[in-house]
Design a protein around this ligand. Sequence first.
Ligand SMILES: [Mn+2]
Length: 437
Amino acid sequence: MLEEIKKTIEKLDSLSKTKQIKVISHYDTDGITSAAIFSRALQRWNKKFSMEIVRCLDEEYVKSLPEDKILIFLDLASGSLPYLSEKKTEIFIFDHHELTGEIPKNVTMINPHLFKEENISGAGICYLFAKVLSNQNVDLATLATVGMVGDQLEKELGKTYNSILNDADVQIKKGLLLYPATRPLDKVLEYSSSLYIPGVSGSFSGTLGLLKDAGLEKKQAYPSLAELTEEQMANLITAIMLRRIGGGDEDKIIGNLYLIKFFNKLEDAREISALINACSRMGYPQIALGFCLGNKESKKQAEKVYIEYKQNIAAAMRFINETDKIEGKNYTIINAQDKIKDTIIGTTASIMSHSPLYPEGNVIIAMAYNKDKIKVSARLVGKKGRNVREVLTQATIPLNGEVGGHPGAAGCLISKEHEMEFTKTLQNILEVEWINV
Ligand SMILES: [Mn+2]
């Protein structure tokens, strides 16, 4: 792949002598960190460019792109090859998503799928590009680490990732997958929505009880996960396991913590990823990008937006608790309409699927308006149960919706005029299958 990257750089170099560059990247954490790495690398290479962050590439958008500029796509576009073949300009793609169709003649692609290599996130690929360009760019490896965590690729690290992590200013520590690992444990345990511990999550006294059982004491403050010794970490994990008996998910709650330097402070890469993601979902990808590039003003703004985002999520969860739901034996449908932002409806559905209120195998469908469309997110609680992507695909066949995702987490966009029809079809599918099972 490195050889291909070298050739790509030469091609880009000669083309850019007569043509302007437009870079388009994805709006999630991996896309934003890709954009940050790529911008810095182009800037140090003395190339002028413009940058745009988008949520998805649809046909209309691709058509609207200029024909007289070099187009570079980061962390997306592998699934849009047929549209791109119609553009009359040179296109470069640095992506890790699966390819649909042949690579058109006007497209140069760097994608690990083409080289049968380990899956590397968009930011990882952009980092390799930057490093081939100049060794000065090794300082961008930390951003590549954030992109990796953002796309949850840290579970199976191969050779390439190990070398990227080697370049990065990162401390790796085995421990409890609870973030941020850099804040006092009492706060993180009480307020975490990613790891549910019966009697502890949401309870101040329960949290203190757990910490006492784990033998952890408050000095000026409780220690953070990052500060624990190996023995303390093991005791804490045991104390949590005892409260999650029957959970059977040790591998899910233990893993590597990635501690990185950001703005000269030790930070948890997962927390940085959550902050970037939050800014983008709240409609401020440019703040997220500025934050990644080390802009102090962006950092201030990003922190503010992150707090707002958490408040939005909390309000969404309150709304879900209080609102009427369509409930069947093994499914729950929530139509939030305009009460929840379409950009956080997926996160909301994920939090619900981790909540103890819904039993394993339950299908959660959450819907929210997006202008004249409806964004639909489906999640399966636990691992065993229906393929939710299939469920959405079946329900959207008559409506011309586009479904994306995996068996356990999927989403689609339908037209608002089909709201009632869609909900009914969905209900029918979920009911019928239940009888079949
Ligand atoms: Mn990605």
